[in-house]
Design a protein around this ligand. Structure first.
Ligand code: ATP
Ligand code: PRP
Length: 229
């Protein structure tokens, strides 16, 4: 058997994950053609590389189909109810930093806090006859956050990308998405609510609490943990 390590298959997260493991003497690389999702691990025996979408890594860890995986805190908390019973964080990797935030149009001059948003939501419904729409792909995290904050008069609209554009496109009045430099928010004339920080995320190495470990896998896991410590 081999220990299965799930890593994002493309983009910033893949490159930085490869660099991070490289700095610990473990070489991860893609093999085959540019479009083939195959990979190799050098520098430690008994580990195989599984290239996956960052958003699917939580599910694979939870199902025990991979033993270890790199993905953002945001995706683990969003995709897995009771995440701490299914996975455990091994190391925060100090890249992929992003904040999940709630933002409204810059033109909403009277709305700077969640209390303001709550008042605006009630006024919006009275005026338009439907609930204020918040576009996001983080349904669980946003619902939990707004429940705790006492905001109830809204409807979530699913947006799997280009979320900041939904306000200009008039498919939503507010958004909840991740931000890092803030440029996408500014370019789309949105402002973050003063108390609108939902979650701070970064790329993290997670260990599955459900993946079965054969005896030789356990030895490989111990060796890997020592190398990454
Ligand atoms: N601008 C950013 N700066 C820093 N981290 C980011 C940024 N955008 C996304 N991330 C982080 O990268 C991780 C993957 O996000 P992304 O949305 O790119 O993945 P994905 O949609 O699952 O990818 P795929 O298209 O393969 O499904 C998340 O944990 C997210 O927090
Ligand atoms: O604060 P910034 O540095 O501008 O980064 C934030 C943007 O980055 C992510 O989008 P991504 O590039 O992954 O594209 P997406 O909108 O299709 O998810 C995120 O969804 C924001 O739109």
């Amino acid at each position: 058997m081999t220990l299965k390590l799930g890593v994002p298959s493309k983009g910033r997260l893949m490159e930085k994950t490869f660099q991070w493991f490289g700095a610990h003497g473990i070489t991860l690389e893609r093999t085959g053609s540019e479009r083939e999702y195959a990979g190799r691990v050098d520098g430690i025996d008994g580990v195989s590389l599984i290239l996956l979408s960052a958003s699917e890594i939580p599910r694979e860890l939870a199902a025990g189909r991979i033993h270890l995986g790199v993905t953002g805190t945001d995706l683990i908390h969003e995709k897995l109810a009771l995440w701490d019973q299914l996975v455990s964080p091994v190391r925060e990797l100090d890249f992929g930093h992003a904040d999940l935030i709630l933002a409204v149009p810059q033109g909403w001059v009277d709305v700077d806090t969640l209390d303001d948003l709550d008042a605006a939501a009630a006024a919006f419904r009275a005026h338009h006859g439907f609930r204020m729409r918040i576009a996001t792909k983080y349904h669980r995290l946003v619902r939990d956050f707004l429940r705790t904050s006492g905001v109830a008069d809204y409807a979530l609209v699913d947006s799997q990308g280009a979320t900041e554009g939904t306000v200009a496109n008039e498919t939503a009045e507010a958004i909840a998405d991740i931000t890092s430099s803030g440029e996408t928010l500014r370019a789309n004339h949105l402002k973050i609510l003063g108390d609108g920080l939902i979650l701070q995320s970064q790329a993290t190495l997670w260990r599955s609490l459900t993946a079965p470990l054969a005896e030789d896998d356990q030895a490989t896991m111990d060796a890997l943990m020592t190398r990454l410590a």
